[in-house]
Ligand binder design. Structure first.
Ligand code: SAH
Length: 354
């Protein structure tokens, strides 16, 4: 049993079952035993690997899309270049390197990183030591400047609540204790006005998820973009509307039981992009696009070839494999999706359409 499992089962035994969201929050962010609070989980030696860690081309393509959106917006200066959940800082480093060729972009950019993990903040500070970055616990303290924002695999790390449809309402999935082990159960049948729109596409027994934290952040991004301008690129695994239990625990690149090692495994859920897009109004949103289609539209094939021309042997092989991992349907290409937010009256950022 992990130390967090012990603490949680003691707490639940005393005060009763907790929501899946409260469970996720404790597992990911507990100051002493939380997953992100205590480690750098990324990379081949860690628990999982993300697109920016696979190839520099991911950040280059997204960076140039953001820079074009900035040019199209009339080169606002200064502006906030924001990343939510920057991990090892790789994506922002690649964005800054690729956009250095865009006249005026770097000089106008103020880099703001929203990150709660002390371990990852330290890592980002090393990688981005040249960038004069500022760190924040949330968007609220980021200056209210035109906002050019990127978030990759950020929203999937936010806590969700799960509700199972019953005959006359919904029962919330809860984490309780069976003996000494953590176990899932269902709360009492309740009506939830916020789930009324899901009565059309579900039948009793179906499970739906809501992510209040993600919705609140999308609303804040949308409000800023609508009032001061900018663009946001949100990339994550998920779909337009989530259905079913998508809670997943990953440890050392393997899927594990989410209740088995609280605090020691990464927990994620699929992102419900419809909920984010709607929360972001009055900003407009693009159509959801697969990671493969987005990167192809942004020119990843030409970039792959240009970089390949300078490589040979195992380096060339690794480069081609990385291209494949980012774009193939059997890898990340279609599982991962992207949504753009932009002001009314503006065109969607490059690679996106409405
Ligand atoms: N974007 C990076 C890392 C993804 S992992 C990449 O693509 O490689 C998720 C990141 O979000 C980590 O940096 C984690 O510490 C951060 N994070 C998770 N929950 C957060 C929260 N509530 N607020 C801010 N950052 C959070």
């Amino acid at each position: 049993m992990t130390p967090l499992a012990k603490a949680l089962s003691a707490r639940i035994s005393q005060t009763g079952p907790i929501t899946v969201a409260a469970f996720m929050e404790e597992c990911l962010s507990h100051p002493e035993h939380g997953y992100y609070a205590t480690r750098d989980p990324l990379g081949t030696d860690g628990d999982f690997i993300t697109a920016p860690e696979i190839s520099q081309m991911f950040g280059e393509c997204l960076g140039l899309a953001l820079a074009q959106a900035w040019l199209d917006a009339g080169r606002p200066s200064p502006f906030a270049l924001v990343e939510l959940g920057p991990g090892r800082g790789t994506l922002m480093a690649d964005i800054l390197r690729a956009t250095a060729i865009v006249p005026g972009f770097a000089a106008a950019a103020q880099v703001h990183l929203v990150e709660t993990s002390p371990a990852l903040r330290a890592r980002q500070a090393e990688v981005l030591s040249h960038a004069n970055s500022q760190w924040h616990d949330g968007l609220g303290t980021v200056p209210d400047l035109p906002l050019f924002l990127v978030a990759n695999e950020f929203f999937d790390a936010l806590p969700v609540r799960q509700f199972q449809r019953s005959e006359a309402g919904w029962r919330e999935r809860m984490v309780g204790v069976d003996g000494t082990a953590l176990s899932f159960g269902l709360g009492p049948e309740t009506q939830f006005a916020s789930l009324e729109h899901r009565l059309n596409d579900t039948t009793p027994g179906d499970l739906v998820e809501t992510c209040a934290a993600g919705v609140a952040i999308a609303a804040e991004i949308g409000q800023r973009i609508a009032s001061v301008g900018g663009a946001a690129l949100l990339i994550d695994y998920g779909d337009w509307r989530s259905l079913g239990d998508t809670l997943q625990a990953v440890q050392a690149h393997q899927t594990v039981d989410p209740l088995k090692s609280p605090g020691a495994a990464d927990l994620t859920c699929h992102v419900d992009f419809e909920a984010l897009a709607e929360a972001a109004a009055p900003a407009r949103h693009s159509r959801l696009v697969t990671q493969c289609d987005l990167l192809q539209r942004l020119g990843i094939e030409a970039r792959t070839k240009a970089l390949a021309a300078k490589l040979d042997g195992s380096a060339l092989e690794a480069h081609v494999t990385a291209y494949h991992r980012l774009t193939a349907a059997s890898e990340m290409g279609t599982l991962f999706k992207a949504l753009a937010l932009f002001p009314a009256g503006a065109a969607p950022p490059p690679g996106f359409e409405t």
